[in-house]
Write a protein that binds this ligand. Structure first.
Ligand code: ZN
Length: 149
């Protein structure tokens, strides 16, 4: 009997604390499927990528007994394609906003507009605090690694 494939739970935007999405990164309802967090997937993926990179660098074929961790392939690809909020928030937000299409309508679109207006209002109502927070997110090494600047 084969081991059950684990899926990756989709995460809510950070300004929605306490919201736990009942959806996987591959678009399925969580239900009773085994799921892992995005953070856990990052660890698994990093280890797998480092392992396979060492074989590629050595120009060796990856042995057949070494199989990718037992994670849903669609979840894996989606997580690879869409970085987390913690890694690249632009991409995470783009993914959320792109789902609304060119002419956003409906309750979810209205909610997103309210939240974005509220975020903008927070920044304008508390410019000093906002400025300090922006400065706190010093990108350090990530600036060149991720953004190339
Ligand atoms: Zn999946």
């Amino acid at each position: 009997m084969s081991k059950r494939v684990s899926h990756v739970r989709r995460e809510a935007l950070p300004w929605r604390p306490g919201v736990v999405l009942e959806q996987t990164e591959c678009g399925r309802p969580v239900g009773d499927r085994p799921v892992m967090s995005r953070a856990d997937w990052s660890v698994v993926a990093r280890e797998w990528n480092e392992l396979t990179r060492s074989y590629r660098v050595a120009r060796m074929q990856i042995p057949a007994f070494m199989t990718r961790p037992n994670v849903c392939g669609t979840c894996w690809d989606t997580c690879s394609r869409w970085p987390s909020w913690e890694r690249i928030p632009i991409r995470a937000l783009y993914r959320e906003l792109d789902a609304f299409g060119w002419y956003p309508t409906g309750r979810d679109a209205a909610r997103m507009c309210q939240e974005l207006w509220a975020l903008g209002r927070l920044a304008t109502d508390m410019p000093d605090r906002f400025g300090r927070l922006v400065a706190e997110f010093d990108l350090g090494y990530r600036r060149s690694e991720v953004f190339g600047v």
